[in-house]
Design a protein around this ligand. Structure first.
Ligand SMILES: [Zn+2]
Length: 463
């Protein structure tokens, strides 16, 4: 059996693993590379293998860094099934179409500025039509239901508790030397954030791939996170706005319910919250349709939000004009917008208007990959470039890690402790190079597992 780490190894985006045996070839995840000057080139160069012999694709969850190249895979010639959970399929429809739309807009921008950017091809990575075509290849499977995407393969999705529909992918493959069990953790949720159930336990694997986004960090407790949110928001709204870049799926809803919890407890004044991202709106509406998948506490909060518009004014802005109108508000608004790493979308406008004002605050609630505008802000940049303008950073910056949809180091270790025996091979993926290597060392030290490695993009392992 051969494993090729095509992306999301030694980095946090572009998750994609190719598994090949004598009989079968399949991919787990097909993510887009994001952030950094070379992301475009990496996306363009990705999937450079013979797609005709790919049997099927398994997807852990809808986030673009795990799913964003699916339309490109289809556009390049893959016509087979893509197995996902039903909620992931619902979210993908929103996310892949949005991503395609951004690709098209980006390509348009590049052709207008072609003199400056001659090195980039003009065609989008994929079009809205291609994304639509790829959606027809989705096959939905319920959690804990065995399915056979190939006569030699049996799979199951377990709830990963990361975002709606997220799955740990559990695969049994028949090979010439017997049946091997491969477990792909995907992104694992943090049980303490209370929005989703804790990640399902898995008791064994011959080969395990585990994410390590926060493999070198510990999150704050829910109480500490609430105190941080209060400190960041309470003093700001009288004179300024609070800008929250957030991933449309998962983080936006976590932020929303965390704010609602503080407002309901009377710890914040009545709030005016704007969700300014069409995708975040759709994802929030999908979330509110699937309250049964969330923790019971969230049902109550959602009910409270619906019944107390005076205490918690929630508005979605649809049109670009409505979004622009938010720039006229100088104080009292909480604006949640995407993209989560500040690299694209409407958030860039809000940062452009609010970053230069010392009365405002920016709350960073998610992981910021190297090379992104969000990372430059977290790293303390005093000036940033947005839309070709130099923007001074005078707003206060708060990093609030506790709302993360990822398990922290101890959360990951605790999930690994559910294994009855050390897997034959453990690969630490989906973490920046040093984080992944550090976490691999931690697993060896704390669990006594010996065959633990942190592969890099492009590595291949024959097992
Ligand atoms: Zn994710």
């Amino acid at each position: 059996m051969r494993l090729s780490f095509l992306g999301g190894a030694g980095e946090v985006t572009g998750s994609c693993t190719l598994v090949e045996t004598g009989d079968v070839r399949f991919l787990v995840d097909c993510g887009m590379f994001q952030g950094g000057h070379d992301a475009w080139a990496k996306n363009l160069a990705a999937l450079a293998f013979d797609l005709r012999h790919l049997d099927f694709v398994l997807l852990t969850h809808a986030h673009i860094d795990h799913s964003g190249l699916l339309p490109r895979l289809a556009a390049l010639g893959y016509a087979g099934p893509i197995h996902v959970t039903a909620t992931t399929a619902e979210l993908l429809e929103v996310m892949l179409l949005d991503s395609a739309h951004l690709q098209e807009k980006d390509a348009e921008w590049r052709s207008r500025h072609r003199d400056a950017r001659r090195q980039h091809p003009m065609a989008p990575l994929y079009t809205v039509n291609q994304a639509n075509a790829c959606l027809s290849q989705l096959r939905t499977i319920a959690y804990e239901t065995e399915f056979r995407p190939h006569p030699a393969v049996a799979c199951r999705f377990h709830d990963a508790g990361h975002i709606l529909g997220s799955a740990i992918v559990d695969v049994r493959v028949r090979t010439a030397s017997g049946t091997r069990r491969l477990v792909f953790s995907g992104d694992l949720g943090q049980a303490a954030n209370g929005l989703l159930p804790a990640p399902a336990r898995v008791d064994g694997a011959d080969v395990l791939l585990i994410e390590s986004t926060y493999g070198n960090r510990l999150h704050k407790t829910p109480e500490e996170t609430q105190a941080e949110l209060l400190a960041a928001i309470a003093g700001t709204l009288a004179k300024g706005n609070v800008i929250i870049p957030a991933f449309a799926v998962g983080r936006t809803q976590a932020v929303l319910y965390a704010l609602a919890e503080l407002a309901r407890a009377g710890r914040l004044p009545p709030l005016r919250v704007f969700i300014d991202s069409p995708m975040a709106e759709k994802a929030t509406l999908i979330t509110r349709r699937h309250l049964e998948l969330l923790a019971p506490r969230v049902h109550e909060l959602d009910h409270w939000v619906r019944s107390n518009p005076g205490e918690f004014q929630l508005r979605y802005t649809h049109e670009v004009e409505e979004s622009k109108a938010l720039n006229q508000i100088t104080s009292g608004a909480i604006i949640i917008s995407a993209s989560g790493m500040c690299d694209a979308g409407r958030i860039k406008h809000h940062l452009r208007w609010n970053l230069p004002r010392s009365a405002c605050a920016v709350l960073i609630t998610g992981f910021q990959a190297e090379g992104t505008l969000g990372r430059r802000l977290v790293d303390g940049a005093r000036n940033v470039r947005i839309f070709n303008d130099d923007i001074p950073v005078r707003a206060r910056l708060h990093t609030i890690g506790g709302l993360s949809a990822h398990a922290d180091r101890d959360g990951l270790l605790s999930w690994l402790r559910g294994f009855a025996h050390a897997p034959g091979h453990t690969f630490v993926v989906h973490g920046e190079r040093e984080t992944a290597a550090g976490f691999a060392g931690e697993v060896k030290k704390q669990l006594g597992w010996t065959a633990v490695e942190a592969p890099q993009r492009g590595d291949t392992q024959v097992l």
